[in-house]
Write a new protein. Structure first.
Length: 293
C-alpha cells in the first residue's frame, strides 16, 4: 500500500499529464539480463527510450529525482527531439566532490555512506536519512519506506549499486541540454544538499531553479511542489528542431592494439562509465510525464 503523501503527489501528477513510470533494469520489477554486469548510465537512459517507444509516446517531459536525474539528463541531451521538458528534483551532476565541483561529498565520505547503506537498508536509520522529520513523527512512513526498500533489492546489492555511483559524472552533458528545464531542491535536505541543484541550474542553459521548504523528501511539501511543476508544465511550448545532441562516436581499433593491451594486463571491454543507481524505494523510479495537449 502506498504512503498517502507520495500517492497524493502521483495522483495529482496524473491529473496534469499522462504518467509513465518504470523501474530501471536490475531494480524493482525490472530484472537484469542474465550474465550482465551493472549497466552504464547511458544504458539506463536508453531504457527510458525503449519504455517510451513501448508506451507509444513520441515526446515527453522527463522527471528525475535523486540519482534518476542523471539518466534523465543524458536522455534529454541524447534525444532532444523527444524531450519536451526536464524536471530535476534533489538531483546531481555527480555525487563526490571534484575540482570545480565543491557540492559533492569527499570520496571517503561516500565510501562510508556505502557501508551505511548496506547496514541500514530496510531499517529506520535509512528512513530517517530520507525524510528525517517525517520518519521521526510518523511510524507509518517508516514502515512503508522500509518495506519498499526490502522489496526493491537486498542490502548487499543496494551497497554495490551505491558504490557504483562514485564514478558518476554527467557535467559534460549539461551544456547539451536544450530543452526547458526546472531544477528543484529541498532547502534543508542534508542527504542531497541544494548546492547540487544550484550547479545543475547554472550549467543548463535557461534552467529555472527553485528551493522547496523543509528538510524531508521532495513530496512532503506538496503545495510548493505542485505550484512549481504546474507552472512549468503550463509554460511549455512545442519543441523546436535541435541543432545538436549528445551522440556516440565509433572508434576503430588500431591494428593489434587489443592484443597489446591484453599483454599489458589491460582488461578488454573495460568501461569508464560505471555508475550507481538509486535512492531507496519508489522514489528511485524514473518518471516521464507526457503533456496532455
Amino acid at each position: 500500500m502506498g504512503y498517502p503523501l507520495y500517492a497524493d503527489f502521483l495522483h495529482w501528477l496524473g491529473s496534469q499529464a499522462r504518467v509513465i513510470s518504470f523501474d530501471r533494469r536490475g531494480a524493482g520489477a525490472s530484472s537484469t539480463p542474465s550474465g550482465e554486469s551493472l549497466p552504464s548510465w547511458e544504458a539506463w537512459a536508453d531504457d527510458a527510450r525503449a519504455v517510451l517507444d513501448s508506451a507509444g509516446s513520441e515526446g515527453a517531459t522527463l522527471l528525475g529525482q535523486a540519482d534518476s536525474g542523471p539518466a534523465a539528463i543524458l536522455f534529454a541531451a541524447s534525444h532532444p527531439e523527444r524531450t519536451r521538458g526536464l524536471i530535476l528534483i534533489n538531483s546531481v551532476a555527480r555525487w563526490s566532490s571534484a575540482p570545480g565541483y565543491p557540492a559533492g561529498h569527499p570520496k571517503e565520505v561516500m565510501v562510508q555512506l556505502s557501508q551505511f547503506v548496506q547496514d541500514a537498508w530496510g531499517t529506520d536509520a535509512l528512513a530517517e536519512m530520507s525524510a528525517p522529520d517525517l520518519a521521526r513523527r510518523d511510524p507509518e512512513y517508516r514502515r512503508w519506506f522500509n518495506r519498499g526498500a526490502r522489496m526493491y533489492m537486498s542490502p548487499k546489492e543496494a551497497s554495490r549499486l551505491f558504490t557504483y555511483q562514485l564514478s558518476l559524472d554527467v557535467r559534460d552533458a549539461l551544456p547539451l541540454v536544450q530543452v526547458p528545464t526546472l531544477v528543484l531542491a529541498v532547502e534543508g535536505y542534508e542527504a542531497i544538499p541544494a548546492d547540487h541543484g544550484h550547479y545543475l541550474a547554472e550549467h543548463i542553459a535557461g534552467a529555472q531553479f527553485a528551493l522547496l521548504p523543509g528538510s524531508d523528501a521532495f513530496y512532503v511539501e506538496l503545495v510548493s511542489l505542485r505550484d512549481h511543476v504546474a507552472e512549468f508544465l503550463g509554460g511549455l511550448t512545442p519543441s523546436v528542431e535541435p541543432d545538436r545532441a549528445l551522440a556516440a562516436i565509433l572508434f576503430t581499433d588500431i591494428v593489434d592494439s587489443t592484443a597489446r593491451a591484453s599483454a599489458l594486463g589491460i582488461a578488454s571491454g573495460a568501461t569508464s562509465w560505471k555508475l550507481m543507481t538509486r535512492w531507496p524505494a519508489r522514489s528511485w523510479n524514473s518518471t516521464a510525464a507526457e503533456s496532455l495537449r
